[in-house]
Ligand binder design. Structure first.
Ligand SMILES: NC(=O)c1ccc[n+]([C@@H]2O[C@H](COP(=O)([O-])OP(=O)(O)OC[C@H]3O[C@@H](n4cnc5c(N)ncnc54)[C@H](OP(=O)(O)O)[C@@H]3O)[C@@H](O)[C@H]2O)c1
Length: 283
């Protein structure tokens, strides 16, 4: 990782991305806050974002990386008031604290702030979320922008990790010779976890407010993604079955048409080459 002058306070150190950031940063440079204490994480503070913000030690110019969130779209739909508390109010409290202490805030947001109907929305486009998760993320972005804190909002598409989440479930099923349904009608813009964390760590030295997009240059659909994963890992392509559109429409009445974000401006600012979606499976 690049040499940073600032200290980093990571909130959400036990999630997919939080863990990867923790492993990337130098010992002593990063303090971590998690929902619960873990043996490997003994120096960390504890905060359940459902409760009000605890005392956090922050100095001017420190960077707070806010990676904790209610990330399940289904959980946000089922419990919108808890989603609001965790994904909006707690974020606002952190942003206001950053503002009062002169610390900077790097917030992990999502492509779900858009409705998926238009291809490649830009960093400057108006948000238009269609589900509770996206609405909380879009509202959190606004509260941060109004807080007075120096901030960077990073909107991510879909991060793949063979050790967890969608990809781990797919690989587990394939290894047991199970058939897996995947939709050719549901778009996805996958990023690999290592690439995403490299991009996030490049952002840690930011000094100006902004919104960045982390997205592959192109997009695919879940059927093609699942087939590519199967073939790459030596499983039978025939295990991947096309999910009928009607089944998808039952789950997602407003079927998104697109998943990728326009990210050229961000790529230029970070001086990084952005990947094609297939690199998320190849890497
Ligand atoms: N991964 C993606 O594809 C993706 C895409 C777009 C945006 N993002 C955004 O990136 C950020 C990190 O995502 P991720 O994939 O790392 O998510 P994740 O694996 O679901 O991790 C979320 C983290 O938030 C913590 N958390 C949830 N509720 C909490 C609460 N009430 N109090 C304290 N901590 C709580 C979880 O704690 P526990 O470990 O205790 O459950 C976990 O450590 C999120 O803001 C997410 O919206 C991720």
């Amino acid at each position: 990782m690049q040499k940073l002058k600032a200290n980093i306070l990571l909130i959400g150190g036990d999630g997919l991305i939080g863990r990867a950031i923790r492993h990337q940063c130098k010992v002593g440079q990063l303090t971590c806050i998690s929902r619960r204490a873990e043996p490997e994480n003994s120096s960390a503070g504890i905060w359940d974002l459902a409760n009000s913000i605890p005392e956090l030690s922050l100095e001017p110019d420190d960077v707070v990386v806010l990676a904790a969130a209610m990330t399940s779209v289904q959980d946000c739909e089922k419990n919108p008031s808890l989603a609001y508390r965790i994904n909006v109010k707690a974020v606002e409290e952190v942003a206001k604290l950053c503002s009062s202490r002169g610390a900077r805030l790097l917030f992990l947001s999502s492509s779900a702030v858009f409705d998926g109907q238009r291809a490649y929305p830009a960093e400057t486009d108006e948000t238009c979320p269609v589900n509770e998760y996206g609405r909380t993320k879009a509202e959190a972005e606004k509260r941060i922008q109004d807080s007075g804190a120096t901030h960077l909002i990073l909107r991510l598409t879909k991060v793949l990790n063979p050790a967890g989440g969608y990809l781990a479930g797919l690989l587990r099923a394939l290894s047991q010779d199970e058939r897996v349904k995947a939709s050719p009608d549901l778009p996805v813009a996958p990023l690999s976890l290592p690439w995403t964390v490299e991009a996030i760590t490049r952002c840690l030295d930011f000094s100006k407010n902004g919104i960045y997009h982390l997205s592959p240059k192109d997009e695919t659909n879940y059927f093609d993604l699942a087939e590519k994963v199967a073939v790459k890992n030596g499983f039978k392509r025939s295990l991947i079955q096309r999910q009928p559109l009607a089944e998808l429409q039952q789950r997602l009445p407003q079927n998104p048409k697109h998943a990728a974000l326009a990210a050229e401006q961000t790529a230029n600012k970070l001086g990084m080459s952005f990947p094609f979606w297939e690199e998320a499976v190849d890497s």
